[in-house]
Design a protein around this ligand. Structure first.
Ligand code: GZL
Length: 317
């Protein structure tokens, strides 16, 4: 029986009981394991649920929206108490979110947003994706200090909110700096393999000597691109400046080795705030803000990246 039904029945029959996480069964529709950051988010989500005594039903969508929708429908049929969704793309969610709402199952979005009415989900736990792109653009503008720079961009998954927002943010960050120009921009689907392949095509098309900087929407694509830059006989971090987002261990290691220049940290712990909001909602109907924003932090060669790598490397990335 769904927790909410239990609470309602109990509230009518006797003194209300406090909802405890141990009563909750939660379905988690995860995108996949396309990046080290995504793997860490899955690890942390399992730990956060375990710490609260929550039963977590996990579904890996292999980066396909239709698999996410199938998983969400299965969670609804099983009568879970709540559903977590990391939405692979921003559109196409209205129908299944309405089905969850009709079943009185609250939905919390993790790390990406959707183009759907906010009444269809309890809250979204994400970073400020536009701000992340802006910080990356502003860092490069400062780094180049007026010198001309032809930039190539590795975009995230087409149609995903991070790909849309991080692109817009970066363009805002370099706005007004006529010395900075994005000459190539293409999706690498947030993966190392695609990041390498697309960077190879950029190098072939432009000539490595004509590329001054790479902006990658996540570190995994940047790490793949570093391999391509090396294989082209160039020195990443020097011949081509590299800025990306996530601050995964391998990005800190690359910065420590001088092969990358900057990354903006994205916490993999979106589930902690999400589960806290759900516990409060079930306990006394507390409605959270529609956006629970996580912090972003810029890391550069000025930071002790070797030490940060040692600290992060065992956190499930
Ligand atoms: C951003 C998140 C992105 C990460 C990537 O919030 O959705 O998805 O930056 C991951 O590493 O693929």
């Amino acid at each position: 029986m769904k927790l909410k039904t239990v609470l309602l029945a109990t509230a009518i029959a006797s003194a209300p009981i406090a909802a405890t996480a141990a009563d909750m069964t939660i379905g988690f529709s995860q995108i996949g394991s396309e990046s080290g950051w995504r793997a860490a988010e899955t690890t942390v989500t399992r730990l956060e649920a375990e710490e609260r005594g929550i039963e977590l039903k996990f579904a890996d969508a292999q980066q396909k929206q239709e698999n996410q929708i199938k998983a969400i429908r299965s969670f609804i049929a099983q009568g879970v108490d709540a559903i977590l969704i990391a939405p692979v793309v921003a559109t196409g969610w209205d129908e299944v979110l309405e089905e969850a709402q009709d079943a009185e199952i609250p939905v919390v979005l993790l790390d990406r947003t959707v183009d759907a009415d906010e009444s269809l989900y309890l809250t979204a736990v994400t970073s400020d994706l536009v701000h992340e792109g802006q910080v990356a653009g502003e860092w490069l503008a400062t780094e180049m200090d007026g010198a001309d720079c032809r930039i190539v961009e590795l975009q995230g998954t087409t149609g995903s909110s991070p790909a849309i927002d991080r692109k817009n943010g970066f363009e805002q960050g370099i706005a007004g700096h006529d010395n900075l120009e994005i000459v190539r921009s293409q999706t690498g689907d947030f993966t190392r393999a695609q990041g390498k392949v697309v960077m190879e095509s950029f190098l072939k098309a432009e000539g490595g000597e004509n590329i001054c900087a790479l902006y990658a929407h996540n570190d995994d694509m940047a790490v793949g691109a570093i391999q391509a830059i090396k294989e082209a006989g160039l020195t990443p971090g020097e011949d081509i400046k590299i800025v990306a987002i996530d601050a995964v261990p391998d990005a800190h290691l690359a910065i420590a080795n001088g092969e990358m220049n900057a990354t903006i940290e994205l916490t993999p712990n979106m589930a902690g705030p999400a589960l806290d909001a759900l516990e409060a909602y079930f306990a006394d109907g507390t409605e959270p803000a529609k956006w629970i924003q996580t912090e972003s932090k810029l890391f550069t060669a000025a930071d002790d990246n070797q030490a940060i790598y040692e600290m992060k490397k065992d956190l499930g990335y």
